[in-house]
Design a protein around this ligand. Structure first.
Ligand code: NAD
Length: 260
C-alpha cells in the first residue's frame, strides 16, 4: 500500500454515503486521518461498522447550510486531529426535479442552500485551518454545472453546480498565495443514493415533453453509471501532492458525456 496520505488530515462533507463515503475509504487506505460531516447522523454511525482503519475516522453530524453548526463541526474535528490538509466539499442534493413553473421558493432554498451556500460556508471555515501549511480543496460540482446535460427539470440543481464552479475558481486565485489549491470535479451519472432518491421517471413520463436521455445513452462509457470508487480515484489524485501544480480547474469524470 502506498500510504501517500500518511499523517494528512482530511475533512469530507456528505461523507456518510456515495462519493463521500467511497472517498473516505480511499483516504483512510492511503493513511490519512479523516473527519466526516453529514446531516444524516444515523448513516454516519452505521459507517463505522463498515469501514477499516476507523481508529483514524472521526465524524460530526451537521447541516452544511447551518453556519454555526458547521463551524463547530469543522473546528471540533480539526482541534481533535491537530491540523488540516485536505477538504472535500461534497455534500449535495438533486433537489426537486420539475419544470420551472412547478418549482417553489422552498425548492430554491433547499437546493441552493445545500449545494452552494454549503460550499461557501465549508470553504469559509476550512480556509483559516488550511492557511497554516497550505493544502488542497476539492469541490464536487457536476457536468450540469457547465452544460445542458439532458436533465430537463434540473434548472435549480444546474445553477447551484455552476455557482460552485465559479466560486471555486475565484477561491483558487485568492488562496494561491497560501499554497491552497482548489479544484472542481464534474461527475456524470454515478451510482449512488442521490440517484435512487430522485424521481426522474416521473418527470420524463408525466411532466416534461422534451425527451430526456438520462440515464440511458448519456455516457459513451458505462451507460448505467460510474461506480463511486471511480470518482474517489480522481478526488484522491486532486487531494494529494500528485496534482501539486493543478489549481482552479474543473475535471470531467463522465464517461465521455461531454463529447455528445
Ligand atoms: P449521496 O446521496 O449518496 O451522498 C450525498 C451526501 O450528502 C449524503 O450522505 C447526504 O446525507 C449528504 N447531505 C445532503 N444534504 C446535506 C446537508 N445539508 N448537510 C450535510 N450533508 C448533507 O449522493 P452522491 O452522488 O454521493 O453525492 C455527492 C455529490 O456528488 C453531490 O454534491 C452531488 O450533487 C454530486 N454529484 C453526483 C452525481 C451522481 O450521479 N451521483 C453526479 C454529479 C454530481
Amino acid at each position: 500500500m502506498s500510504q501517500s496520505l500518511l499523517d494528512k488530515v482530511a475533512i469530507i462533507t456528505g461523507g456518510s454515503s456515495g462519493i463521500g463515503r467511497s472517498t473516505a475509504k480511499r483516504f483512510l487506505k492511503e493513511g490519512a486521518k479523516v473527519g466526516l460531516i453529514d446531516v444524516d447522523g444515523e448513516a454516519l454511525q452505521a459507517l463505522k461498522e463498515d469501514i477499516d482503519h476507523h481508529d483514524r475516522l472521526h465524524f460530526r453530524t451537521a447541516d452544511v447550510s447551518d453556519a454555526a453548526g458547521l463551524k463547530q463541526a469543522i473546528d471540533g474535528l480539526v482541534e481533535g486531529f491537530g491540523h488540516l490538509d485536505i477538504a472535500f466539499i461534497n455534500a449535495g442534493v438533486n433537489g426537486h426535479v420539475a419544470p420551472i413553473e412547478d418549482l417553489t421558493e422552498q425548492d430554491w432554498h433547499h437546493t441552493l442552500e445545500t449545494n452552494f451556500k454549503g460550499t461557501f460556508l465549508t470553504m469559509k471555515y476550512v480556509v483559516p485551518h488550511l492557511k497554516t501549511n497550505g493544502g488542497s480543496v476539492v469541490i464536487t460540482s457536476s457536468v450540469n454545472g457547465n452544460r445542458e446535460f439532458g436533465n430537463i427539470g434540473m434548472s435549480l440543481y444546474s445553477a447551484s453546480k455552476a455557482a460552485q464552479m465559479a466560486f471555486g475558481k475565484m477561491a483558487a486565485l485568492e488562496l494561491s498565495n497560501y499554497n491552497i489549491r482548489v479544484n472542481m470535479i464534474c461527475p456524470g451519472f454515478v451510482k449512488t443514493n442521490i440517484m435512487d432518491n430522485t424521481d426522474f421517471e416521473h418527470q420524463r413520463l408525466k411532466k416534461v415533453d422534451i425527451p430526456v436521455n438520462y440515464p440511458e445513452g448519456a455516457q459513451p462509457l458505462k451507460h448505467d453509471g460510474a461506480e463511486p470508487k471511480e470518482v474517489s480515484n480522481l478526488v484522491y489524485f486532486l487531494a494529494s501532492d500528485l496534482s501539486s501544480h493543478i489549481t482552479g480547474t474543473e475535471v470531467y469524470i463522465d464517461g465521455g458525456s461531454t463529447l455528445l
